[in-house]
Design a protein around this ligand. Structure first.
Ligand SMILES: Nc1ncnc2c1ncn2[C@@H]1O[C@H](COP(=O)(O)OP(=O)(O)OP(=O)(O)O)[C@@H](O)[C@H]1O
Ligand SMILES: [Mg+2]
Length: 421
């Protein structure tokens, strides 16, 4: 049996936390069996490597491994995706199609965000789990398949069961073995280790010296909540690696990259709400934050380009477009101010003053951070506004809006009901 250390190396898993090691050990132990496994843990803790380990260490390793994101497939097509359909089963079904459970016969299926499965699909899934039987949509012929299922969720399944959104019998069938991955804030020993690994990866990638943390910055790193866990830590390491000229990062600098986890953040906002609302709200918040991060990165890239070449007016137009993307059109005063800032930046490009440009990049970054902070202040308003805008943009087409928002159609449907849209 391969050791936990060897597996970590093979799958690029960093850390020595006892709970992490226990999770990997469990994966190694259950791999040779066909027992179903449920991987649990907050968003960004690294759930996706567990099913890969299980598949690779099982006798199924030469069979197919299919990862399905249950939250991303619309309710109307998920049965057909998973179990296939007969020709003519519904409008548009012009030929017979095999589903994942047929294709992955002899292999492993990873059902990510399994809590998002519609109840009707849950019934079909239960049947496959119990006796390997399934029926294509629009067919009456029972088929057999031999598939190992590993599922994952970052929502509280007991809450979902209580609300009758998830079948209790299916939950117990799926979670014969539960593998839980600890949140980063409980892996104090690993945080700095992970940071150093990411910093060295990004230094290589961007061909720059590795960023290092001063002692006070390390302390901050350890105290921070890391709601987005390892994904968020990696993000922060990447931003620091790209943006900071001074390669030794102190706490004051680091603080700029850590969204405040004060009373305005979702964990506290949602206390009064049920936990599953919290998870979808969190989904949206993360989406907003990550989109902003990527907008910020676009801005940064653009500014760098601006420093090097490019006509000022073209770049300004692009900047305006970007700012609009961040702000929407809700706040034209602020937008104008931002454009003014950007004009200053464009002028400084003409004057070819590098120093000024660098300062402007920093200003811009702080400005964008401020936007980010403001945004988190009005989470619910923002969510409502986002949904409304997206629906408007897509003429009420929920499928397209959900895609744009990065949430499942079902979550969007719940939100529409909740806000009475
Ligand atoms: N121990 C680790 N060492 C190195 N990288 C890791 C580790 N754990 C997670 N990561 C990285 O962090 C990111 C997030 O991990 P992953 O996608 O598995 O999260 P997740 O638990 O599936 O989150 P979600 O519930 O949001 O889907 C990935 O880029 C992954 O490679
Ligand atoms: Mg995942």
């Amino acid at each position: 049996m391969e050791s936990v250390q060897a597996i970590k190396q093979r799958f690029g898993i960093i850390g020595n936390d006892p709970k992490l090691n226990r999770a990997i050990e469990k994966a190694i132990q259950v791999a040779p069996t066909d027992i179903s496994v449920l991987v649990t843990g907050e968003s960004g803790v690294g759930k996706e490597s567990i099913p890969k380990i299980i598949h690779q260490l099982s006798h199924r390793k030469h069979g197919k491994y299919i990862a399905v994101n249950c939250g991303a497939i619309p309710e109307g097509t998920i049965d057909s995706e998973l179990f296939g359909h007969e020709k003519g089963a519904f409008t548009g079904a012009t030929s017979t199609r095999s589903g994942y459970f047929e294709v992955a016969d002899g292999g492993t299926i990873f059902l990510d965000e399994v809590g998002e499965l519609p109840l009707t699909t849950q019934v079909r899934l239960l049947r496959v789990l119990e006796n390997g039987e399934f029926i294509k949509v629009g067919s009456s012929k029972v088929q057999k398949t031999d598939v190992r299922i590993v599922a994952a969720t970052n929502v509280n399944m007991f809450e979902a069961i209580k609300k009758e959104k998830f079948r209790e019998d299916l939950y117990y069938r799926l979670s014969t073995i539960d593998i839980n991955l600890p949140p980063l804030r409980e892996r104090k020993e690993d945080i700095h280790l992970l940071f150093r690994k990411f910093a060295s990866d990004f230094a290589l990638k961007y061909k720059m010296p590795t960023v290092k943390l001063a002692e006070d910055a390390v302390n901050l790193l350890l105290k921070y909540r890391w709601n987005g866990n390892i994904r968020q830590l990696r993000n922060v390491a990447e931003q620091l690696s790209v943006l900071e000229h001074n390669r030794t990062i102190d706490a004051v600098t680091l603080q700029n990259y850590l969204p405040s986890t004060g009373s305005n953040l979702p964990a506290v906002v949602s206390k009064s709400k049920s936990e599953s609302d919290f998870s979808s709200e969190r989904e949206i918040l993360y989406k907003v934050l990550f989109d902003m991060k990527s907008d910020l990165n676009d801005l940064k890239k653009l500014t760098m380009e601006l420093m090097k070449n490019g006509s000022a007016s073209d770049v300004q137009k692009e900047n305006e477009h970007l700012i609009e993307k961040i702000y929407g059109d809700s706040n034209s005063d602020d937008l104008e101010e931002t454009i003014e800032d950007l004009e200053v930046l464009a002028i400084s490009e003409n004057s070819e003053s590098k120093e000024q440009n660098t300062e402007s990049v920093e200003d811009l970054y702080h400005f964008a951070e401020e936007i980010e902070e403001e945004e988190t202040l009005s989470l619910q308003d923002k969510e409502l506004e986002l949904i409304k805008k997206s629906l408007e943009r897509h003429n009420g087409k929920r499928k397209l809006a959900a895609k744009e928002l990065g949430i499942s159609e079902r979550t969007l449907y719940r939100k529409i009901k909740q806000y009475d849209l």
